[in-house]
Design a protein around this ligand. Sequence first.
Ligand code: P6P
Length: 335
Amino acid sequence: MATKNQTLGEFIIENQAEFQYSSGELSRLINSIRLAAKMVNHEVNKAGLVDITGSAGNVNTQGEDQQKLDVFANNTFIKTLTNREIVCGIASEENDDYIIIEGQRCDNKNKYVVLIDPLDGSSNIDVNVSVGTIFSIYRRVTPVGTPVQMEDFLQPGNMQVAAGYIIYGTSTMLVYTTGHGVNGFTLNPALGTYYLSHPNMTFPETGRIYSVNEGNYNHFPQGVKDYIKYCQKEEEDRPYTSRYIGSLVSDIHRNIIKGGIYMYPKSSVANNGKLRLLYECNPMAFIAEQAGGAASNGYERIMNLKPSELHERVPFFCGNKEMVEKVEEYIQKAD
Ligand code: P6P
């Protein structure tokens, strides 16, 4: 049950029963993410004022130049989740390997792992464009009481127990699902409280926005090129509108509200695309499906893919169901 302007805390308590795995552990999990998001939001909002937007001088797992806010966000989420002994393991875009969390609760009670992209779209920070945090939560598959193992993280997306994102935009929002719909909470920075501003988020019946980096057009597979031409054709409800922020969370958040498809295809320069299956595609796919949409790699449901390594990349098409089905049709017809 979602009543507008309910606080996040009230909402979690009222809907705790839906999280059939545990009493109270979801609250602790979402509350720790809520706290970390407030801390990151504070830093992101003043990024232009202090020398924190510049590069940290390091390079992360992906070979990408690590922005200082990336490092701050990564450390903040890891510390918050660790201090509260809420989860037994964390995998992050910023860390080569997963982190094993020891602790009393991890020895006998706790059974969750979290995968996180702590600050997605961070290259937008120094141009003041919105960025986001993406998280994905699983119940571990190895015995409780032993250290987590790689198989706890390499689960298909259809095993997620919760997933969500925080968007640090014109306002800061926490959007998440536990498999019972998608709800969006907006932070009132003056009070430090999140209020239910977007209950039961669902894609509109039809979508007319397509989001893709058309600079890579010449490198796309033929089917993707054909679909982009379909979006631009003067007929029926087209041409569609092209909108691409270059921040996954922002593009998908807008497309859930207004209707549209986000695409990051494979190409001749990136043979599996750019986005990571575990902590970008799977959580956004869970959200999209719970909002009545779909997410595919062009051939099959993203959440059915069996991961083989932590940082693997997959082609990603996510949005209104009929738009995803249409691009799949073009991709498969061109093969
Ligand atoms: P490109 C940000 O780096 C990101 O992972 C997503 O947030 C975003 O949608 C995409 O990459 C942008 O990539 O190659 O279009 O700049």
